[in-house]
Each structure stands twice: as structure tokens, then as C-alpha cells.
Ligand binder design. Structure first.
Ligand code: CMC
Length: 429
């Protein structure tokens, strides 16, 4: 007989089914509890609430494990490419050579973006944040693809939208960068692989072919792979919950992009580099900034430190730290902020405040230093996180649809005023 949990409230006992995942994780299924007892559960910030059953990504934050579809992140980061990982996440298995070729072919033939989309850039004020532009432009793709709005799309029709979105996202991201410089946009070239094409559109010129260094392409592939999925989190759960209302793919991803923007989530990569620069300009006194982070009367937090689920180390941070050393050495760059980051890590990791709270560097701590070395301005970092996270969001949206999950609709405990009578405006104080 399968395990059950018992909940005793007053003199009544309720049997609740226990669900076990394939990696041995256990959960108490409370979905019928309210019908049985009238009680709801309360878990602000969903710190201990499973919102779905998912077969995409597994992570064990106590041990520091991250796997996509069963494959360890370390192997994928070392051996795979971003597009192969995208296939793995979205379709559930590693592609054969023919499947990968067909996937790449399809994507490279949908990279053009409707010319009218360029008019949006005339409306954005100069200097407007790239994440605001990205969420607007991805949402606007729905308007340019009305077929995606039809209810009850077939699997084949959904797949076309998925391919289009992956293809156009890289073009849109590079256009945002080019437009921020006031430069003309660069059009995609089908002959390049996804990442080379993206770098070509971002750093290329209209007049001549720019050589894209394979070292740079490899570093970019690694970064995108490491960001490709991270099971349930603020942006991914947003994508699933928006999609659960039957909102189209573009609207759901646009909502995910907005959720990612915050500095406590994807926006941390920009915040980290800004923090490191501030420490540098302030004289590089790392101890002073660690003390500020510990001071409960000071709102400053060590950006790029801490994680809701990783309580040992973030496996992505380990890979990125090494990649950061490698790329800077290969490109012959001596970055002072990297030295500050390493000192900061050393001081924080030997400080009881951080040790007791299990606060370790996360994925964002070193990624910004690599993005800077590759030539991206700070404000583009979170957009690059979004480019990497796109296949994960798509896979999660697709899985939510395939599982026919009901519309997301949490409960609450009301703690406001009760039974007030309307008073005329002249009688109010
Ligand atoms: N600097 C100083 N203190 C911290 C930090 C930090 N970066 N992170 C957590 N703490 C303290 C926090 O003040 C609290 O202390 P106390 O128990 O005395 O009240 C304790 O550690 C637990 O923190 P929490 O805020 O309750 O933890 P959380 O799980 O709600 O938040 C977090 C996780 C990532 C939002 C948080 O660690 C943080 O704000 N980190 C900095 C922002 C950052 O780097 N975010 C990127 C996360 S990785 C990318 C992604 O996937 O989103």
C-alpha cells in the first residue's frame, strides 16, 4: 500500500496521499484537503509548496545537483551546445544527428522578424532598459502571429510557434543591443549556427563579415546552457500560471521575462557587476561591504549570493567561475572586478553570518564578468539570461499544456477589515 500522511485537526484525522518522485522526493498531496476539512494551507512565497509534477529538471539544493532530463549539468555544459540542450528540454530526449540538423534548419529559417517590429524602437525612449523592450517585443510577436491565438492548436501548430519564438528571440535581443547604440540592425544569416548567428547580429557590421572567435561562441554556449532551465522559480512559475489561463505562448513568455527582470531573480547579474564596480570605485575594501551586507539596518545585500534552494553550493556557479578564469585568460583580459569578486567570495565564505545561513555564490555572481569580457554592456545581462532561459520556459509551458493542468489560482487568508458601512465623503476623517 502506498504511504499516507495523517493530519489531525481537533478530533478529526485526515489521510493525505504521499507522492514520491523518481529521485525519491516526497510530497503530501493536499489538493483535496479543503473539500474534506474546510482548511487551506498557507505558505507565503511558496517556500515548501510543489506547484506541479514535472519531468524536465531535477535539482537537489542540499547536495548541489542539477540535471536536465536526467543529464548532469556538468556534462551538458562541457559537451553539448545550447541548441541541442534546447531540443533536450523541449522534446524530452537528446536528438539524433538528423533530428538536430532538422531542428537547427527550422530555427535558422524563422529568424527574420517582421520589418514593422522595428517601428517599436522609434517609440522606446533612448536609454530605456533592454528588459522592458524585450518583454514588450516578445508580447508583440503574438500580434504578428495571429495563428498562435487560436484555441486548441494542434501539436504541430504549437511546434511552429515554438520554433519561431526561439528563432526570433535571438534576432530581437541583438536588435535591442544594436538600437541601444543607434546602429542599424544586422539581419540573420542562415549559414551560421544559432549562437554564432546571434553574435554576428549583435557584434557584426553591415558592410563586412566579422570573424566570430570560436572561444567566444563556446563561452556563450556554456552560459546559455547553464541558464536554460531551473525547475520552478519566479519566472518559470509565472510562465506556467499565465499559460494555464490558455494565454498564448508569446504572452506567457513575455510575462516570464518581466518576472525575471527583478534583481532578486535574473536581474541579479546586472546588480552584481554594478556592486563590484561600486566596491572598486570605493577603494576595494571588501570587509566594509561584507559588514554592510550583514547589517540588518542596511538594505544592502551581497548580490549574487544566496539562493532559495541551493544550501550547499550552486553547481552552475562552480562551472561559471572556472569558465570565467578560462575566457579571461584566453582573451587576455585582466579584469579588476574579478579579483574583487574572488576576494568577496573568500571573505564571505569564511564569515559565520554567511556560513550559518548557507549563503553561497549563485549563477549570477560570475556570469556578468564573462558577459563584460565578451563585450556586452551591463544592462544587457538579464536579457542574455532570458535568451538562455527561453527553452526551459517553453518546455515548462508545453508540459503544463500536455498535462492539462487547471488554471493556477491560489487561495489566501483574508486579514482585512470586516463589515464596514459606506459613509458619505463629507463625513469621513
Ligand atoms: N546578502 C546578505 N544576506 C542575505 C543574502 C545576501 N545576498 N541572501 C540572504 N540573506 C540573509 C537574509 O537576510 C536572511 O537573514 P535572516 O535569517 O537573518 O533574516 C537569510 O539570509 C535568508 O534569506 P531569505 O531572503 O529569507 O532567503 P530567500 O530564500 O527568501 O531568498 C534570495 C533567496 C536569492 C532572494 C536571496 O538570497 C537574495 O536576495 N540574494 C541576492 C540576490 C541574488 O543574487 N539573486 C539571484 C538568485 S540566483 C538567479 C535566479 O535563479 O534567480
Amino acid at each position: 500500500m502506498s504511504e499516507t500522511a495523517q493530519l489531525k485537526i481537533g478530533d478529526k484525522t485526515y489521510d493525505l496521499p504521499v507522492i514520491e518522485g523518481t529521485e525519491g522526493e516526497k510530497a503530501i498531496d493536499i489538493s483535496k484537503l479543503r473539500d474534506q476539512s474546510g482548511y487551506v494551507t498557507l505558505d507565503i512565497g511558496y517556500k515548501n509548496t510543489g506547484a506541479t509534477k514535472s519531468a524536465i529538471t531535477f535539482l537537489d539544493g542540499e547536495v548541489g545537483i542539477l540535471k536536465y532530463r536526467g543529464y548532469p549539468i556538468e556534462q551538458l555544459a562541457e559537451k553539448s551546445t545550447f541548441i541541442e540542450v534546447a531540443y533536450l528540454l523541449i522534446y524530452g530526449k537528446l536528438p539524433t544527428a538528423e533530428q538536430l540538423q532538422a531542428f537547427e534548419f527550422e530555427i535558422s529559417h524563422h529568424t527574420l522578424v517582421h520589418e514593422d517590429m522595428k517601428k517599436f524602437f522609434d517609440g522606446f525612449p533612448s536609454g530605456s532598459h533592454p528588459m522592458g523592450q524585450l518583454s514588450s517585443l516578445i508580447g508583440a510577436l503574438a500580434a504578428f502571429n495571429p495563428a498562435s491565438l487560436k484555441q486548441g492548436l494542434s501539436a504541430g501548430e504549437i511546434n511552429i510557434e515554438i520554433i519561431k519564438l526561439i528563432a526570433k528571440m535571438s534576432t530581437i535581443v541583438s536588435w535591442i543591443y544594436k538600437k541601444s547604440l543607434g546602429h542599424p540592425v544586422i539581419y540573420p544569416r542562415n549559414k551560421y549556427d544559432y549562437v554564432t548567428n546571434f553574435m554576428h547580429m549583435t557584434f557584426g557590421q553591415r558592410t563586412e563579415d566579422v570573424e566570430i572567435d570560436p572561444v567566444v561562441v563556446s563561452a556563450m554556449n556554456k552560459l546559455l546552457i547553464l541558464h536554460a532551465d531551473h525547475e520552478q522559480n519566479c519566472s518559470t512559475s509565472t510562465v506556467r500560471i499565465v499559460g494555464s489561463s490558455d494565454a498564448n505562448l508569446y504572452a506567457s513568455i513575455s510575462a516570464g521575462i518581466s518576472a525575471l527582470w527583478g534583481p532578486l531573480h535574473g536581474g541579479a547579474n546586472q546588480a552584481v557587476v554594478e556592486m563590484l564596480q561600486k566596491i572598486k570605485e570605493d577603494g576595494g575594501d571588501v570587509d566594509k561591504w561584507v559588514a554592510k551586507a550583514k547589517d540588518k539596518n542596511d538594505p544592502f545585500r551581497l548580490m549574487g549570493f544566496g539562493h532559495r534552494v541551493y544550501k550547499n553550493f550552486d553547481p552552475r556557479a562552480k562551472i561559471i567561475k572556472k569558465a570565467c578564469d578560462d575566457i579571461l585568460e584566453k582573451l587576455g583580459i585582466n579584469d579588476e572586478t574579478l579579483e574583487i569578486a574572488k576576494k568577496l567570495e573568500e571573505v564571505a565564505l569564511s564569515d559565520p553570518y554567511f556560513v550559518e545561513r548557507k549563503l553561497y555564490p549563485n549563477v549570477d555572481f560570475y556570469s556578468g564578468i564573462i558577459y563584460t569580457a565578451l563585450g556586452f554592456p551591463t544592462e544587457m545581462f538579464t536579457v542574455l539570461f532570458a535568451l538562455g532561459r527561453l527553452p526551459g520556459w517553453i518546455a515548462q509551458w508545453k508540459e503544463m499544456k500536455a498535462n492539462k493542468e487547471p488554471i493556477g489560482r491560489p487561495r489566501q487568508i483574508y486579514v482585512g477589515e470586516t463589515d464596514k458601512n459606506y459613509t458619505d465623503i463629507k463625513d469621513r476623517k
